[in-house]
Write a protein that binds this ligand. Structure first.
Ligand code: ADP
Ligand code: MG
Length: 347
């Protein structure tokens, strides 16, 4: 199978590209795809690369990998409040395995179609397995007397006094990864829930759009809550107080982990639960801020997008991150978020 047969067989869907949504003026097949932004909008662009052995295990289900490769990109659009339009796919493959490619394409397109996001181009080459997706989304512009101003949710908009929120579940993806790598056995139902979070994360696209005009800042949690929150604080020149016990109860497997019949017959120590929720990584949830006066609007955005949201702290004028336990005691921040180039990170 040649390169073009491979693209045609697995990635071109003539019925759909011919349909040409109003936003995709031209899809796969020419030197460039053409996108048609609507008047009063901006195009949001983001790229994420997934490398075998680094971002996924070699034996991962190809359909789950197709899902995750796009999900991590859609998560970046969600964090800006953008509506997905289209994406490109650059693929390096060690060999053309039709069964593998069919599974990968199935997982990829199932998620793409559920968000109305069209594959409009890419590149295909032989090499160590590597998947690079670029997504394009649409965010509204607000046109006023001083000109056009973006409505996108940015990292720089958090203000002292704002509430701090996080969507969905934190820590479960890391729980599954530790179990897979460390050989720890979790009960089947606990592992199934955790593994689904690791392999098939849910990008919070509807929530991101629902928060336009409500949230003052947002980021998606990919490297661990505290590390990613640090990016918001730096960009916003502010600090935050985080209530750790409000954050850990977002762990979907919390009930199991706190029972005495947990892993190895022990319940998880509090410190381990904090580490899972605060520095686990691979969560693809949204952390965002909004003024206390908008609490009802945040609740409504959560309800409308059918996404659970927890209030876990607030933004402060003093820089730095203060962590409090349920008794109001300050906990030292020793939680390290994931950094590929940090000394000591796996080679
Ligand atoms: P070029 O020579 O300009 O790099 P190619 O011959 O590589 O173009 O690709 C031909 C067409 O197929 C282009 O429209 C390109 O965007 C598309 N394409 C190539 N690889 C992929 C892929 N993995 N997924 C989707 N479209 C692809
Ligand atoms: Mg090419």
């Amino acid at each position: 199978m040649g390169e073009f047969d491979l693209i045609e067989r697995h990635f071109m869907r003539p019925g759909r590209t011919a349909a040409r949504t109003s936003l995709v003026a031209l899809g796969i097949g020419d030197d460039c795809a053409l996108l048609q932004p609507r008047p009063g909008t901006q195009i949001a662009v983001s790229t994420d690369m997934l490398v075998e052995g680094r971002h996924f295990l070699p034996d991962v289900d190809p359909a789950a990998l197709g899902h995750k490769a796009l999900a991590v990109n859609l998560s970046d659009l969600a964090a800006c409040g953008a509506r997905p339009l289209a994406f490109t796919l650059a693929l390096a493959l060690p060999h053309a395995d039709n069964v593998w490619l069919a599974g990968f394409a199935q997982g990829l397109f199932a998620l793409a179609d559920s968000h109305g996001c069209e594959l409009v181009g890419g590149d295909t080459t032989r090499g160590p397995l590597n998947i690079c997706i670029t997504v394009f989304g649409e965010v509204p512009l607000q046109v006023g007397r001083e000109g056009a101003k973006t409505q996108a949710l940015l990292r720089s908009g958090a203000r002292p006094g704002d509430d701090l929120y996080v969507s969905g579940n934190l820590g479960d993806a890391r729980l599954a990864l530790d179990a897979l790598l460390g050989g720890r056995t979790l009960p089947a139902d606990v592992m199934a829930l955790a593994r689904r979070r690791l392999e098939r994360p849910t990008p919070r696209v509807a929530l991101g759009q629902a928060l336009l005009g409500i949230a003052t800042s947002a980021i998606d949690v990919s490297d661990g809550l505290l590390g990613d929150l640090g990016h918001v604080l730096k960009a916003s020149q502010a600090g935050a107080e985080v209530h750790l016990d409000n954050a850990i109860i977002t762990i979907a497997n919390y009930a199991y982990l706190t029972r005495a019949n947990g892993p190895n017959g022990h319940s998880y120590p509090k410190a381990a639960l904090y580490a899972l929720a605060l520095a686990g990584g691979d969560d693809y949830e949204l952390a965002f801020t909004a003024p206390p006066a908008r609490r009802a609007a945040v609740d409504e955005a959560a309800r409308a997008s059918q996404t659970p949201v927890a209030r876990i702290g607030r933004i402060t004028a003093e820089p730095g991150l203060v962590l409090k336990d349920a008794l109001g005691q300050t906990i030292a921040n020793t939680f390290k978020s994931f950094d590929h180039f940090q000394p000591g990170a796996a080679p």
